[in-house]
Design a protein. Structure first.
Length: 102
């Protein structure tokens, strides 16, 4: 499972761009304000699907978490939220509508 530190690319801090990284979950959690963790699964046709979970070092409300636009680590398209926030630190689950079509 890959982890992607996120950098803010606009003044508002809402557009997030993933950086390529080989850091562990523990390192990302302790060093990154925001990062994505990747979860790969297989669908009913045995195709690999990539899902991402947004994580925050500081607590986030649901409204704060929903304000982000996150680019896909693979193609750069905007990710779509497909799962709810788990707690103040483990935020929404996302998928890429572009990568999922291939």
């Amino acid at each position: 499972m890959a982890n992607y530190p996120l950098i803010k690319t606009n003044k508002q801090g809402t557009m997030l761009h993933p950086q390529t990284s080989f850091c562990s979950e523990e390192y990302a959690h302790s060093m990154c304000d925001l990062y994505l963790s990747e979860e790969c699964t297989r669908d009913q046709f045995w195709n690999i699907t990539h899902r991402y979970r947004l994580h925050a070092r500081e607590p986030h409300s649901i409204d704060m978490a929903l304000a982000y636009d996150i680019q896909c680590p693979h193609c750069g398209a905007l990710l779509k939220q497909v799962g709810h926030t788990l707690n103040y630190y483990d935020l929404g689950a996302y998928k890429c509508p572009v990568c999922d079509k291939h």
